[in-house]
Design a protein around this ligand. Sequence first.
Ligand SMILES: C[S@@+](CC[C@H](N)C(=O)[O-])C[C@H]1O[C@@H](n2cnc3c(N)ncnc32)[C@H](O)[C@@H]1O
Length: 503
Amino acid sequence: MSGWGSGYVTDVTYMAGYYRPQSPAHIAVACMLNGVVSPLPGPDDPVSFLELGCGQGLGALILAASNPHWTVTAIDFSPAHIAAARDWAAEAGIENVRFLEADLSTLAEAPASASVPEADFVSMHGLWSWVSPAVQAGIVRLLRSKVKPGGAVHLSYNSLPAWGGALGVQRMMRDCGRRLASRSDRQAEEGLKLIQSLREAKALQIVRLPWVNALVERMATMPVPYLAHEYMNDAWAPCFHADVAAALADAKLEWVGSGNLIENFPELTLTDEQRELWQRFEEPLLRELVKDMCLDRSLRHDVFVRGARRVGPAERNAALMDVRLALNITPSEMPFEADMPAGRAALNRSFYGPITEGMANGPRRVGDLLALPNLEGKRNNPAELIGMLIGLEMAEPAARPGAEPAPQALRFNRVASARLSRTENLGRPIAAASYALGTGAPCTLFDLYVAERAMAGQGETNIGEWVDDLGATLDEQGRGNLREVFVRALNVRLPILRAQGVF
Ligand SMILES: C[S@@+](CC[C@H](N)C(=O)[O-])C[C@H]1O[C@@H](n2cnc3c(N)ncnc32)[C@H](O)[C@@H]1O
């Protein structure tokens, strides 16, 4: 760690990642579901998007590559992150993204802030609860001057009370890890070994809460740079929702709903008994406190608006009917049951079956889907359809349905595939740039690898070469598994990505 980081990990870079709730399309849908005006960016809107704490910039790059006429500005204080992000942008020829190296604790007052454009949408993922109150205050000052009236902000953070049960895990990882090694990633590894030994020794503060116990078990599978940035910072502190809302109110930002779309539906989030208690309060922040007491969820995704304009149900539904959705799965993969925070929920087969079939050949307007003749179910509830399909990651909003792949999105995907396949687990979920969607198309690096080869005219007969290329060190069984992954990518995943305009 170094002096300029003010206690934030700076000696190890963070992994590149893409997170759906950061996308303006998702932020706008969260607003619309809650009856707040925030139109989905239209196909030619010159949206200004600002990302704070952008890491290596993958999210900003995907959004810029998918929307050539947006202005994307992404800020991080790590020169290694900014250098990597600029390098990606240059290699892929993405000209509508700018990466700025700046410390958010002082940027609002620094001359460099003049070069940061006012934003329609802002996103911060994995930043707020990991930095000190001084940085948080700097972020609020920047938001005060940079969020346009009517603009929306997405903010994720570790939340209380859920995180309360694992405070000891973080403290041990950090304090003991630091005693046992010098570089942050080594510290995280040493801290993790200790925590896992404590779990095996049945330490009460780990084993008594199932989610803490499961967290420690899962930590063994997490990339070490993630563990370092998650657990080794001086100022990390989970927050109560109301405290975050109070801090953002200083930038005239009002909490309007959850970026985790399912959480905007109390009937899916809370049991009947819990909902009765939740309903006793009119005040949204108290309702959220009741919700946070009921849920086993330690990361919140919140959406705030500067000057929220509310509309009635009729206007809201009309706007939602106009949303276009693109499937992330094949219709046969549609699960007709799903785990919700309030328990397992059934998804009506005679409703969701025809809906997903209706989307099989490409994106469709929600109003048209709800007008399908063979549908049995609520035709007047676009919110539920959108909340379920996007919230369960079955679909993405589509800004320009049917548009041909744009050159800069194609270039970006080629560079992403070549770069990330060298360093990352190929099964890791990321996203591809898509001009037709205007947001990331969820996929794995395997999918991108195969898509690149399919575009070069290769196919089923080349799978052996692909296995040789990526599976050189695997045994026979490993090669067999890899072959199956390629067959599925080619026959199942690629048609979906094609329908989403990725290639
Ligand atoms: C946990 S990482 C999340 C990165 C990225 N948003 C993501 O989700 O992949 C937090 C990021 O915030 C940056 N950061 C921390 N303190 C900062 C500060 N004071 N000013 C600017 N960036 C900061 C770090 O360099 C790091 O890239």
